[in-house]
Design a protein around this ligand. Structure first.
Ligand SMILES: [Zn+2]
Length: 152
């Protein structure tokens, strides 16, 4: 049986994956620097952010064999801030960015790396939280960072 129009139904073909220079990330390959999964693949084993920050990575963080006494894992810190209604991105920015490539907002946000894990001073939950919650209302984070840079 033929259709009235004589058209053959257009069969939608699956979109062919675009050929990329970089091998496709399989979700299991992780960045050599930060350990995050490489979603888009990578030629040099590094994520785009880490490549961009190369040489600056962890510039403003310390490295230690073990976390200093009482220091808290970054994931715990982020959870506490989130529960307090402060976006995690603000904490990350205050702590010098994802890979500590920028100075911290305040020494209370200083980061210590133990391997790839980040640790923060316990006072970040009190003093640090106060700093971020007040700056959230009063000034933009950029202004707050500028002000703290002028102070020091
Ligand atoms: Zn990375």
């Amino acid at each position: 049986m033929t259709t009235a129009t004589g058209k053959t139904p257009v069969k939608k073909t699956a979109v062919e994956p675009k050929a990329a220079d970089a091998p496709k990330g399989d979700g299991k390959t992780t960045c050599l620097v930060c350990g995050k999964p490489l979603v888009r693949g990578s030629k040099d084993g590094m994520g785009a952010t880490c490549r961009e920050h190369q040489g600056k990575i962890r510039k403003y963080a310390r490295q230690a064999e073990v976390a200093p006494e009482g220091w808290i894992g970054m994931s715990v810190v982020c959870r506490e801030f989130r529960d307090a209604g402060i976006p995690i991105s603000k904490v990350v920015t205050a702590a010098g960015g994802d890979a500590c490539t920028k100075p911290t907002l305040d020494p209370v946000f200083d980061v210590v790396y133990v391997g790839r894990r980040k640790y923060m001073h316990p006072e970040v939950l009190t003093k640090g939280m106060k700093l971020l919650s007040s700056s959230a209302k009063a000034t933009s984070p950029a202004k707050a960072i500028k002000a703290s840079a002028l102070k020091s």
